[in-house]
Design a protein around this ligand. Structure first.
Ligand code: PEP
Length: 253
């Protein structure tokens, strides 16, 4: 029986994180359950990675047995805010521990601002959700994490997602991504997990962890293809043994 427990800092630092962003997919509950079930079954013996699935809100109650996250949340816990879902509601599900915040598609299509994202992060933390904060540059990082205490910063996962690489099939090179990771570490607590996202697939996934020292990956398109996603998870687990990760992180700065 799957027992949900809140993720710890150690969970995020000991194993590479593989976070699936399903975006507005799949379009039926049956397909969502099938995709989730296949990933769950085929990854149950992979101990070397931590998998988090972020489906659309409506599929969250139907999925259970792998760590789950939402793709957004509101900044109030309840009230007259038509269409919004609060962090308290997500937490109340009992098995949703993460929330993606600040994805570039929400800025592009819904005009989400840095100030809104800052409020969402603070609200998510109050409800004990782990924010997966997406940023494209340092300016966004500074504005979105404004006024966060050091101890609050430590509860974040930062996803570096260069906008040119998202959904384009043109990933950022590991070298360039590594430069950005170094720049992020100068601004924010050095020990926060920083992951990379943008056209990651089973072939390039390990480069961002082994060569660029990222703590994990945010995977969009490739997470909707169960075979590709499972291969990606296996490749990362094989290439990055758990025991090595801490030392890797220390040497690949
Ligand atoms: C994303 O949307 O977060 C993402 C990384 O997408 P893709 O992997 O499809 O580029």
């Amino acid at each position: 029986m799957w027992e949900a427990r809140p993720p710890t800092y150690e969970d995020h630092m000991q194993k590479p994180l593989i976070i699936a962003n399903w975006k507005c997919n799949p379009s039926t509950r049956e397909q969502a359950e099938h995709l989730f079930g296949t990933i769950k079954r085929e990854t149950k013996n992979i101990n070397g990675v931590k998998i988090v699935i972020c489906p659309p809100f409506v599929w969250l109650p139907s999925l259970n047995g792998l760590s789950l996250g939402a793709q957004d949340c509101f900044w109030e816990k309840d009230g007259a805010y038509t269409g919004e879902v609060s962090p308290k509601m997500l937490k109340d599900l009992g098995w949703c521990d993460y929330v993606i915040l600040g994805h570039s598609e929400r800025r592009k299509y819904l005009k989400e601002t840095d100030e809104m994202i800052n409020k969402k992060i603070k609200a998510a933390l109050k409800s004990d959700l782990t924010p997966i904060l997406c940023i494209e540059n340092i300016s966004q990082l500074k504005k979105r994490t404004k006024d966060l205490l050091r101890k609050e910063q430590k509860k974040l996962i930062i996803a570096y997602e260069p906008v040119f690489a998202i959904g384009t099939g043109k990933p950022c090179t590991p070298e360039k991504a590594k430069e950005m990771k170094t720049a992020i570490k100068k601004i924010i607590d050095k020990d926060i997990p920083i992951i990379y996202g943008g056209s990651v697939n089973s072939q390039n996934a390990t480069d961002y962890i082994k060569m660029a020292g990222f703590q994990g990956l945010l995977v969009g398109g490739a997470s909707l293809d169960s075979e590709e996603f499972i291969k990606l998870a296996k490749n990362v687990a094989r290439a990055c043994p758990v025991v090595e990760l801490r030392s890797l992180r220390d040497c690949v700065q």
